[in-house]
Design a protein around this ligand. Structure first.
Ligand SMILES: [Zn+2]
Length: 251
């Protein structure tokens, strides 16, 4: 289906972009992305994916907007305090781009609902803030052979990894046990999840369009205080409890 005159104006900077253009924009419009979490990571990821013209966005979050969220969760405003984050996010994203189909899920991701929630989407973004949810996303995506983009943040930094099940290292291959949780009251510095969430949006756009190279088998870490991005090679672990082949390295 051809783009309308309004869409051609809206996406003009993509349509004119060498190596991207109308073909990639059409793939974005046909794309379906699920974002788990509408907070610090999910805000910029959803914002850019909606702005870019991804055809369908799913949002999962069971929380309500708190005033302490507003320092970094840029989808929400002062008037949204007390409102479900999915409602606030959908309202904001609709004003940004009415062409995007938005499906809010105001519930907590759990083992019982993960399969049904993930099934309709091409790729999942982990914009959650805790390791039990990150492992649940990882393990569900491995079983479903569903690509996903892992992200995590700390007080002054973050990390990113795109996982293509069966082809590249998963979260459990490189982080087999949960790291100690930073107390929720210690950060993060507001723009840090903005940086990492924006990178998640870029990974999703690259996946949907086939443009560029995915961040596979590489954990990209970001240190805001040192202004340093460091790619750390990641390898599949044959003994990985999630994606392992069952053959131990010593076999
Ligand atoms: Zn693995």
């Amino acid at each position: 289906m051809a783009f309308s005159p309004e869409e051609r104006q809206r996406y003009a900077r993509h349509l004119d972009l060498p190596g991207f253009g109308g073909r990639a924009q059409e793939k974005l419009r046909a794309g379906r992305v699920l974002v788990v979490g509408c907070g610090g990571l999910g805000s910029p990821a959803l914002y850019y994916l909606a702005a870019a013209g991804v055809g369908r966005l799913g949002l999962i979050d069971s929380d309500q907007v708190d005033i302490s969220n507003l320092q970094r969760q840029i989808l929400h405003g002062t008037a949204d305090i007390g409102r479900p984050k999915t409602d606030s996010a959908v309202a904001r994203l609709r004003t940004l781009n009415p062409h995007v189909s938005l499906t809010p899920h105001t519930e907590r991701l759990c083992e019982a609902n993960a399969h049904d929630l993930f099934a309709p989407y091409d790729i999942i973004l982990d914009a959650s803030d805790n390791y039990p949810t990150k492992y649940l996303i990882n393990d569900s995506c491995i079983v479903m052979k569903k690509p996903f983009v892992h992200a995590g943040i700390s007080a002054f930094g973050g990390q990113l990894l795109t996982v293509v099940p069966g082809q590249s290292a998963c979260l459990r291959c490189i982080v087999p046990t949960p790291p100690p949780e930073a107390p929720a009251t210690h950060g993060p510095l507001g723009p840090v999840p903005g940086v990492i969430g924006s990178l998640q949006a870029i990974e999703a756009i690259k996946f949907l369009t086939g443009v560029g190279t995915l961040l596979r088998d590489t954990l990209l870490t970001y240190d805001a205080l040192a202004s340093a991005f460091t790619p750390v090679p990641a390898h599949r672990n044959p003994a990985c409890p999630a994606c392992g082949t069952g053959t131990h390295p010593q076999d």
